[in-house]
Design a protein around this ligand. Structure first.
Ligand code: ATP
Ligand code: MG
Length: 338
């Protein structure tokens, strides 16, 4: 038996590099093949076909061949933004990646957190300079967690839209309800309304695609499975408590670097998270693992039960539910659903 200690995430201290952050603004690996043609709308939920139609309409002037001398091509969409709103695993990110693929020229794809982190790393003016002139900014998981985000996004999107960039966004929250239950959103109605007015909204109903094939709970491994994981640089094993403590010392914008190149994450002795700060950091971590389609092998409490009842009743409920759905997928023995 190999007696060397396994690699630990808790020993990794990722660097941020603004250039690399900008270069990574493309759809995550899992969505490289996501297109409109391989999105299969569920006939029980007509809003799924409607969302595909909305993406086609939004991109029609990009995708149709140039009009002849007498014939004009399709007009650009009425509003500069398309907002895909819906539950977990209904294919919002898939459709956003498909939309991104249709855009000509320079274009970006990132999560809301990645854009706010980019602004944090480059400064506002430099970030605007970088993004200006792009055809499309695709923003996955649009959320307004605090007044700072709200002011930042309302200003940033305003400037970009004014110079011709279109915005695609996904969220679990309709645009006019952003921020609700999280901060005094009513003090920012003007900004939230302003953001919301830029978008046409397509609401996508449906079942969690990931759960179509999976059982209800995150799988719990035997301790022996953790011990048997190969000692390799792309396999890590951490105690849950040490991992949670480490996440507090790394900015969530750097979690991308924390999990870079990791294929399997082992977690020992999972238990309920103590509070909201830990829970929100854990959600951001889970999102990065999911983007990289990492497999999780965990012992203790099933990972989809780490959020307590009180947390699930609060303003971040949807975030937690999404993380739970992703954790079920990543702990499945056959790995996440492709
Ligand atoms: N109708 C569909 N046809 C084909 N594949 C789908 C469909 N819906 C979802 N998928 C696939 O299921 C997986 C989950 O979808 P996706 O991540 O796009 O959902 P989501 O709505 O963004 O979920 P989340 O709320 O977790 O962000 C992806 O691999 C995606 O390609
Ligand atoms: Mg998504």
């Amino acid at each position: 038996m190999d007696t060397t200690a396994p690699a630990r995430l808790a020993d990794r201290i990722p660097e941020v590099d603004a250039g690399r952050m900008a270069a990574s603004l493309v759809p995550p690996r899992q969505f490289t093949r996501a297109g409109l043609d391989n999105y299969r709308p569920d006939p029980d939920y007509p809003s799924q076909q409607a969302a595909v139609d909305a993406v086609r309409a939004f991109t029609a002037d990009w995708t149709s061949p140039p009009g002849g001398f007498f014939r004009r091509g399709p007009k650009p969409p009425e509003r500069p933004g398309l907002y895909l709103d819906g539950g977990f695993g209904v294919g919002k990110t898939h459709l956003l990646a498909a939309l991104w693929r249709q855009a000509p020229g320079r274009k970006y794809f990132g999560t809301f957190i990645e854009y706010t982190a980019l602004v944090g790393a480059l400064g506002y003016a430099e970030a605007v300079r970088l993004l200006t002139g792009s055809t499309l900014l695709a923003i996955d998981e649009f959320e307004l967690d605090d007044p700072g985000d709200t002011m930042l996004m309302s200003r940033l999107l305003g400037e970009l839209v004014a110079t011709g960039t279109r915005i695609g966004a996904t969220s679990n929250t309709p645009p006019n309800a952003l921020g609700e239950g999280r901060f005094a959103a009513s003090d920012f109605l003007r900004e939230i309304q302003g953001l919301s007015d830029r978008f046409t909204t397509a609401r996508i109903e449906g079942l969690d695609y990931r759960r179509r094939a999976l059982e209800g709970h995150a799988r719990v491994a035997e301790p022996a499975e953790l011990d048997a994981l190969p000692r390799a640089s792309d396999v890590t094993v951490d105690d849950f408590d040490a991992l949670i403590a480490h996440l507090a010392t790394v900015h969530p914008a750097r979690y991308v670097g924390l999990v870079e190149g990791v294929d399997t994450v082992g977690i020992r002795d999972v238990h309920e998270l103590p509070g909201q700060a830990e829970a929100l950091r854990f959600v951001a971590f889970v999102d990065r693992l999911y983007d990289d389609q990492v497999r999780i092998v965990a012992t203790g409490l099933p990972l989809d039960q780490v959020f307590g009842a009180e947390m699930l009743a609060g303003g971040y409920r949807k975030k937690y539910l999404r993380a739970m759905s992703r954790l079920v997928a990543m702990t499945a023995p056959e790995g996440p659903v492709e």
